[in-house]
Design a protein around this ligand. Structure first.
Ligand code: PRP
Length: 183
């Protein structure tokens, strides 16, 4: 679906599918160059990162492996707490591997901060972060993300993998929801 299928539920379009694809292509070149002499493993965090992983990895001009983690954040409603439980761990042993975590959004930063330290404790060669979106005003911890697609305002956004109550993940664009949807 795209923004035209949202009827009254949409407030505004923040990023169109075309803008997202253009940025992913640009970053794909940078990332490929950065890992030129290294084997990199892409690690996606379910479920939000599904779309960005699928599109980003296809913009890379060569073959890369991927793996997935699923975590649950003990947060209330739309806020994460930083207390994380692993629901699905990696299938891959990342000892001495170059790991690139692929995320849809860095909000408070708590989830990624936890995931990064968890992966770093497994003796990888390196751990870097790629996030399509980042909300600088929402940061509770500082996260060094080597690649960020777009900095966006601290607003509740859905689409391109991001959900409200599991809805709108399949929206091609990133949009803000009209308040009547969640109030
Ligand atoms: C979202 C997103 C990040 C996290 C960011 O996941 O995919 O993992 O929240 O928030 P933070 O920076 O405040 O920790 P969510 O827990 O909503 O799960 P989902 O990916 O299945 O939608």
């Amino acid at each position: 679906m795209d923004a035209t299928h949202m009827g009254q539920d949409i407030e505004k379009v923040l990023l169109t599918d075309a803008q997202i694809q253009e940025r992913l292509a640009e970053l794909g070149v940078e990332v490929w160059e950065y890992y030129r002499d290294k084997d990199v493993l892409l690690v996606g965090v379910l479920k939000g990162a599904v779309m960005v992983m699928a599109d980003f990895m296809r913009h890379l001009p060569g073959s890369v492996p991927m793996d997935w983690m699923a975590v649950s954040s003990y947060g209330s409603g739309t806020k994460s707490s930083g207390v994380v439980r692993i629901l699905k761990d990696l299938d891959t042993d990342i000892t001495d591997r170059h790991v690139l975590i692929v995320e849809d959004v860095i909000d408070s930063g708590l989830t990624l901060s936890w995931i990064r330290s968890n992966l770093e404790s497994r003796s990888p060669a390196s751990v870097e972060i790629f996030s399509l979106l980042r909300k600088p005003e929402a940061a509770k911890v500082e996260i060094e993300s080597r690649w960020v697609g777009f900095d966006i305002p601290d607003e509740f956004v859905v689409g391109y993998g991001l959900d409200y109550d599991e809805r709108y993940r399949n929206l091609r664009d990133v949009v803000t929801l009209a308040p009547h949807v969640y109030s």
